[in-house]
Design a binder for this molecule. Structure first.
Ligand code: ADP
Ligand code: MG
Length: 608
């Protein structure tokens, strides 16, 4: 009987291993970009053709490679980044397993031009299916220029497995985005089929976010920043009004590495609580820094999952940091600053903290921010302090839960909609309405509340619920300046959905054929003129779509103003309409609709 065990030839071994590291063009993009970053580049250009299927090229101005290193880097387990097992626990670079280039060379045709900084001449290497075809000196700039052509040309089965160009390009853009967000100090560009898709100058993170995710986030970002000796968080969340119907702009980085974590995502989304409609997703770009030895480092280089040693503490920290940020920017009207109820109930929340960690956490700024109570919550709530005690292990929580937190992660917690406890609602100072709630009362700002109600009604009218036109018996003629006439012409169609029937009537004039039922007779002209004025006010914010401006202008113009005495019936309608809104915390401009007063806070003020 002959022996049957063979050693696989190197190129086959590389092809097999490549399957793990390089699944699609985007994985190669990620590896090559990370290598450029590890090389200390300040300028990185990515070029792809046919969604990376025919070409992926990365040009960097990093430290480059010597002739020997250039040859070595394609060997399996060739890495300059770790030399012993201890190094694994202190990794500061993106790559460390020395597999990427070997894998890439096994599944494509590679051309490398590289010149080590300070060396007079560079090296050119051509590799085909793990075999070196050419190696020679070459004149080239300092840094590395690597191209991989015809990905998977040796593995047709994998090649056929690739998706359409548009899908693969989308994956590439995703990887590019994650890396470009994490390194705003580095210049990046992405060119696809000869067209430059991104051209990102180095600058502050905020600028990078806007350049990548779009101008609509201009002046819509809330800064998140908390530091302790144990963990830092830094970055931005979008104001509630930027929440989108699709999950898209959500990025978490741990030690500058993009990760996916349903758990941390929940911590952020939960901090937005009722500020955003249920089926929308808030934007965030958040960076967590934590001692790498507190992470389960057994992370596969292509995997984006991560395990923290102290998951619950991290959850509480992220959740609080985002709440704090939102509160400070007064996008949340709540006076209360409590950890999420789910977190409060975790008996283990203090578990992982050793006395030293506790001491260091208590000296950190997060602790002090909490303990002082910040400006946005001028009533310091006792429960905050209790929660802090629990968080930092000084007190046993009162309630324990038998249900693990993670069981709720998939559905998300049911946010119980707040409800008044009775209908004894009173107007105060012709401005506010007092409503008794469970455990306290709300002071509702009548103008902000009505603006919110109208805004949502207008939104729904424009979407699929047009408001009926009440035809006028004696149509009025409205004469306008040329600019206003042009403006009204643009709004004409949307205005019709909102119950205004107007038609052009010669140069710069319109006939008002009808208005919504609630516009007083004889007041039609005024109503439209005022609306145009409001609209022009919103014209100063170029971020809004025309429709959004119209919605805001309309709500602002029509809402009951502060100082108006309301009848009992009006109070009732307003409160009921408000509680039926999708978003009730803020008016369309982001100002609070109500303030929340807890009896326990009030009792404390009375010294009970
Ligand atoms: P790893 O990044 O895990 O070390 P790679 O296979 O990606 O493994 O790269 C192997 C080695 O080649 C790296 O450790 C590095 O020394 C070198 N290298 C790769 N890309 C570059 C680059 N763009 N500039 C300089 N050196 C590089
Ligand atoms: Mg690498």
């Amino acid at each position: 009987m002959p022996d049957i065990i063979n050693l696989l030839p190197e190129n086959i071994a590389n092809q097999i291993a490549a399957g793990e590291v390089i699944q699609r063009p985007a994985s190669a993009v990620k590896e090559l970009l990370e290598n450029a970053i590890d090389a200390g580049a300040t300028e990185i250009k990515l070029i792809v053709n046919d969604a990376g299927k025919s070409l992926i090229q990365v040009i960097d101005n990093g430290k480059g490679m010597s002739e020997t290193d250039a040859r070595m880097c394609f060997e399996r387990h060739a890495t300059s980044k770790i030399s012993n097992i201890d190094d694994l626990f202190h990794i500061k670079t993106m790559g460390f397993r020395g597999e990427a280039l070997a894998s890439i060379a096994g599944v494509s045709q590679v051309e490398l031009k590289t010149r080590k900084q300070g060396e007079p001449i560079g090296t050119y290497i051509e590799i085909d299916n793990s075999v070196v075809r050419t190696q020679k000196p070459v004149a080239c700039p300092e840094g590395t220029n690597i191209s991989m052509k015809n990905l998977f040309f040796t593995v047709p089965a994998r090649r056929n497995f690739l998706k359409s160009d548009s899908r693969e390009l989308k994956h590439i853009i995703e990887e590019f985005t994650r890396i470009a967000l994490a390194f705003p100090d580095i210049f990046f560009s992405l060119t696809s089929n000869g067209q430059e898709v991104f051209h990102l100058q180095p600058g502050p993170l905020k600028q990078r976010i806007i350049n990548i995710l779009g101008n609509s986030y201009q002046s819509k970002l809330v800064s998140v920043k908390e530091q302790t000796d144990y963990i830092n968080i830094l970055g931005f969340v979008g104001k509630p009004e930027t929440a989108k119907k699709t999950r898209g702009d959500q990025y978490f980085f741990v030690n500058n590495r993009f990760i996916k974590s349903a758990y941390l995502n929940h911590a952020v989304v939960n901090a937005f609580a009722e500020m955003i409609p249920k089926d929308t997703f808030p934007m965030y770009v958040l960076f967590i820094d934590i001692d790498p030895s507190r992470l389960d480092i057994n992370v596969h280089p292509t995997k984006q999952e991560i395990k923290f040693e102290d998951e619950k503490v991290i959850y509480a920290f992220v959740n609080s940091a985002v709440r704090h940020a939102l509160a400070q920017f007064s996008v949340t009207p709540s006076l209360d600053f409590e950890l999420d109820a789910d977190v409060q109930k975790q008996e283990a929340i203090s578990g992982p903290f050793t006395p030293e960690q506790r001491a260091s956490a208590m000296s950190g700024s997060l602790y002090h921010t909490f303990a002082k109570g910040n400006q946005a919550h001028f009533i310091e709530s006792r429960s905050n302090l209790e929660q802090l005690d629990i968080l930092y292990g000084r007190r046993e929580p009162a309630v324990e839960t038998s249900q693990p937190l993670s069981s709720e992660l998939h559905s998300g917690p049911e946010l119980k909609p707040a409800k008044p406890v009775n209908e004894d609602w009173i107007q105060i100072a012709n401005k506010y309405i007092l409503v008794q709630m469970q455990g306290g009362f709300w002071l509702i700002d009548q103008q902000h509340a009505h603006e919110r109600v109208l805004y949502e009604r207008i939104e729904s009218a424009l979407k699929d619920n047009p408001i009926a036109v009440q035809k006028s018996l004696f149509p009025e003629v409205l004469e306008l300046s040329p600019a206003d006439a042009a403006l009204l012409g643009e709004l004409q169609n949307d205005l019709f959905l909102l119950g205004y029937m107007i038609e052009p009537f010669g140069a710069n004039s319109y006939v008002i054929h009808g208005t919504p039922a609630d516009v007083l007779k004889g007041n039609e002209k005024n109503a439209i003129e005022e609306l145009l004025e409001e609209f022009k006010h919103f014209n100063l914010s170029p971020d809004y779509s025309e429709r959004e401006k119209l919605m805001r202008a309309m709500a602002r113009r029509q809402c009951i103003k502060s100082g108006t005495k309301l009848t009992d019936k009006e109070i009732h309608t307003l409160v009921e309409d408000l509680f039926a809104c999708k978003v009730m915390n803020t008016n369309p401009g982001g100002k609070p609709v109500f303030l929340e007063f807890g009896y326990s806070d009030i009792e404390k003020m009375f010294g009970r």
